[in-house]
Design a binder for this molecule. Structure first.
Ligand code: FAD
Length: 491
């Protein structure tokens, strides 16, 4: 079998992969990214919206996999959104060139400095807040909605109602920055350009407006001429060779998910940026398959970033509810983080169903005081997560407190329409940890017991960061790759 040789291979083109690729390419290194998902831009296939799910809606599934209201059947296709189902938790991830940035809500939040210090006591917080976070925001093209537009636009009634109700209940709210271009959105509203956020596009991809990684980090990296991206290339397992280089077994697939070629790649330097679940799966599967060296602490300190969904029905039922038309891009949140008893953030989330459902949806982000653990089951060849109701007990108490206080002040009921008992403890968009910086790796992401393998993605963050995580994933990767290049790790 032919072996393709590349000096540096990165597995995955999400945040960790895209940042590493850019900085290595700028340093003059040739980089190859292997990405299991589709290159959507190159394919010319448009993304579909929430009301008409099509090819991009789900990764090789026969039915849609949105968090709720899955009434649509599909032709299996290598779609942009995937859901990994575990016993007590379902984890959504992005698939495609750009990883999670293709499907996510673009909320670009910098963590509270005090919490960052608590989670990463070994890092120089001053340097992060003066340099790496601003750098991440600049490269990601983070911007903030214009207050007047928010005030006037009918598509943001859900945010205005959410904020008014929160204030009436005694909560503090914050404006949430985003990578969606709000100037573009204002033009959409005036019908000067094609609509995307105002046309229910988001978790199946945005055709316009969103500055996903293919428009920022990956574009810049490709422009250097040093990056090659192979899409629909799924890394099956990794082997460490005697000379400490790596051999990768890779399946090239078609858009129906069938393997069309089995390939072997070889590289001296390997970066795993397959996302928290993807990286843990590759490491653990390779360990079970060929004795790939792995320390016991890989899989530990995993968490759902405190993700906990909840909602309220009968929100302003007589005055148009939260609005029939809703932008898919959230811009508001409840900040209750400083409450010692009930610390949480609650994203005031859109629910663009094309009809008035008088329902408010919230994604809470809580502390994760009890961490989970990811393991590999050799019999089923799947990951398992030690994670159950005990891990989310405090999160449920916070959601209950929040909903009760909101309903007391504003009316409304717990949302049985969206969730059983009104709570969605098993919905996770932010899996983090399992390959924690400075525990499973050296201070800059080099995996313990390895000389040439680096983990750079969400798995470095120990299960929680208190806000939506991609700005932190970018900042940490910027920090790690800068130091790894400085230490001549890729010489
Ligand atoms: P990812 O971005 O997940 O990238 C990993 C890539 O590796 C993927 O493209 C995957 O296909 C590829 N891959 C995996 N395994 C293999 C393999 N074996 N071979 C080849 N390729 C492989 N975060 C925020 O900060 N703000 C938000 O508003 C927000 N909203 C979200 C909404 C949704 C619906 C979802 C699912 C997530 C959201 N997130 C949000 C979370 C955010 O997208 C993730 O935290 C982030 O994408 C993780 O970055 P990463 O670099 O760890 O990996």
């Amino acid at each position: 079998q032919e072996i393709v040789d590349a000096p540096i291979i990165i597995v995955g083109s999400g945040y960790g992969g895209a940042v590493s690729a850019l900085r290595l390419c700028e340093a003059g290194k040739k980089v190859l990214i292997l990405e299991m998902g589709l290159n959507w831009e190159k394919s010319g296939i448009p993304f579909s919206n929430l009301l008409k799910p099509g090819k991009s809606a789900a990764w090789l599934k026969k039915k849609t996999i949105a968090p709720f209201m899955n009434l649509f059947s599909l032709q299996p296709f290598t779609g942009a959104l995937d859901r990994l189902d575990f016993e007590h938790i379902n984890i959504w991830v992005g698939r495609g060139v750009g990883g999670g940035s293709i499907v996510n809500g673009g909320m670009a939040v910098t963590p509270k400095e005090s919490y960052f210090k608590e989670i990463f006591p070994q890092l120089d917080a001053e340097k992060f807040y003066n340099f790496y976070f601003p750098l991440a925001r600049k490269e990601l093209k983070v911007n903030v909605i214009n207050e007047q537009f928010l005030h006037d636009c009918p598509y943001y009634k859900f945010t205005r109602v959410g904020e008014e109700e929160a204030h009436k209940a005694g909560f503090k709210t914050i404006r949430v920055p985003n990578v969606y271009d709000f100037n573009y959105m204002e033009k959409e509203f005036k019908n000067e350009v094609p609509r995307s956020a105002l046309n229910t596009e988001v978790i199946y991809g945005n055709n316009h407006g969103k500055n996903s990684l293919d428009k920022t980090y990956l574009k810049k990296a490709l422009d250097t001429g040093n990056l090659e991206i192979l899409d629909l290339h799924c890394v099956d397992s990794i082997q460490m060779n005697e000379d400490k280089s790596y051999t990768l077994q890779v399946n090239q697939i078609n858009t129906s998910g069938e393997t069309i070629a089995e390939k072997v790649f070889h590289c001296k330097k390997l970066i795993l940026s397959a996302g928290t679940m993807g990286t843990l799966y590759l490491l653990m599967k390779s360990n079970a398959k060929n004795g790939f060296p792995l320390e016991k602490n890989v899989g530990e300190n995993w968490g759902n970033n405190g993700n906990f969904m909840t909602g309220r029905n009968w929100v302003r039922p007589l005055s148009g509810g939260t609005g029939v038309q809703q932008s898919t891009i959230p811009v508001g949140g409840v900040d209750n983080w400083d409450d010692k008893e009930h610390p949480f953030f609650a994203e005031i989330a859109p629910l663009p169903m094309g009809m008035d459902v008088a329902t408010a949806l919230y994604l809470l982000i809580n502390r994760v005081d009890k961490k989970g653990k990811v393991s590999y089951n050799t019999a089923t060849q799947k990951l398992t997560i030690d994670w159950n109701e005990n891990h989310t007990e405090k999160m449920r108490a916070n959601a209950d407190y929040f909903i009760k206080k909101m309903n007391r002040a504003n009316g409304g009921t717990r949302s049985h329409f969206l969730f059983k008992n009104g709570f969605g403890p098993n919905i996770c968009y932010h899996p983090l940890g399992g390959c924690v910086l400075g525990e499973a790796t050296n201070p800059y992401g080099k995996l313990n017991n390895h000389e040439n393998l680096f983990v750079l993605d969400g798995s470095l963050i120990p299960g929680t960061i208190g806000v939506n995580p991609f700005v932190t994933i970018v900042a940490i990767t910027e920090y790690c790759i800068e130091n790894l290049i400085r230490q001549n790790e890729f010489a």
